[in-house]
Design a protein around this ligand. Sequence first.
Ligand SMILES: [Zn+2]
Ligand SMILES: [Zn+2]
Length: 343
Amino acid sequence: MKALVYEGPRQMAMRDLPDPQPGPEEVVIQVAYSGICGSELEGYLGHNALRKPPLVMGHEFSGQIVALGAEATRHNPGLAPGQRVTANPLWYCGRCRACLSGLQNLCRQRRLLGAHFPGSYAEFTMAHARMVYPVPDHLSLEHAALAEPLACAVRAAGLAACKSLDKALIIGLGPIGLLILKVLQASGVAEVFASDTEPERRAMGQHFGAQVLDPRSEDVVNHVRARTSGIGVDAVVDAVGITLTRKQCIEAVAPGGRVVFLGLHDEESALPANLFVRKEISLHGTYAYTPSDFEDALRWLAAGRIEMDPWLLKIPLSSGRDAFERLLDKPGSVAKILLSPER
Ligand SMILES: [Zn+2]
Ligand SMILES: [Zn+2]
């Protein structure tokens, strides 16, 4: 099969690799679409310890089943060749304390497709049968490939715990920030503020109905306070992860409000801790998603509640390297690039 192989910082090339052969519990999937994730951009630059060359990256994908191991349907009855599917790429053991308490995202044995195993930037990829989900007939494979990033957004929005009349702020309108916006709106959150330094990303946020702020020309915290009678918002999600944005969260949230840290940028940040105490803020980290977040994401997509069409760009897998360069060069020009192997 043809695969896009990461071979070192800023090096990627199409190579011929052997077709994957399923183990007893595995499913081989012919890839239709495979999104590019921010973590893979970091990987491509050589900044991610998890992704070592040579590696086939790719973990946000959809496709069709072409082969099943002998035991596959025992783990997931109903799977069949030809079926349109997506898969949860975050493998978990299912037996440890974290897994048994519903926090499979924190399983110490978790393994990610496209990092620990060869991923979906290829004609074929392979997943454990338990991780594979049929795609409903009316859901396109383009949209099904969004289930994984949407699952991250579903988890973050769930931890922000907004009620329908709440006001929220999202800092950072990259793909995950935009998807969080969509989830909050689909959950009925009345007013969502959002900030990003990239004008094109702000334009996307505005198109989707957020009240966007430019952190370069306006004081995000003051604006949010001014528009919430001086109180602040009920919940803030930081999808950037630098010290400045983490501080903004604590300053912009209302007393008793929730702050969710998602972005991973600065390793450490000095924060206004006394303010945090006096406002009785609930602070939550969020990391990836559980199987139930993944299933919810697929349900939101199937219900037609998450629409990203104007900012989905399909690019042939063989031009994958150009796609990575484009996302580094003009991060705001597209919300999500989907790579598609040529047939
Ligand atoms: Zn991802
Ligand atoms: Zn586990």
